[in-house]
Design a protein around this ligand. Sequence first.
Ligand code: RTP
Ligand code: MG
Length: 141
Amino acid sequence: MALERTLSIIKPDAVAKNVIGEIYSRFEKAGLKVVASKMKQLSRAEAEGFYAVHRERPFFNALVEFMISGPVMIQVLQGEGAVLKNRDLMGATNPKDAAPGTIRADFADSIDANAVHGSDSLENAAIEVAYFFPATDVYAR
Ligand code: RTP
Ligand code: MG
């Protein structure tokens, strides 16, 4: 496996639940390093741009409204096979389908308020990291 970077977002529901530290701990225990991080209140335009691939989907407006409902915690995770490893830690999109012990099984309330985002491919990871962080703000440690 190769050293990869992926974009992770702790969504407004999980920030409000005060579980940022618990989620970071899961990343670290799985061998993923936080190499960039910031808390941010997304504007509507930022949220729409980030999820632009879903623009035609029926859930798009609800997704954008949810993502701007409060601050999010955005981080770049680095590690061996980071993209898939993070998706495994997250669990299925709908927490009802998420395996026990995954972030979404433990902290998500619904398919809309589902605690975390993670890039779904190496190609999208590079695009998503660059969407939020200039290269100089990502630390290769
Ligand atoms: P994410 O992008 O946030 O990491 O989630 P994901 O890959 O697991 O799921 P994706 O298909 O990319 O969908 C993005 C977000 O849209 C909401 N969604 N709602 N009602 C629905 O059928 C539905 N499908 C997706 C979810 O909040 C999902 O995280
Ligand atoms: Mg997705």
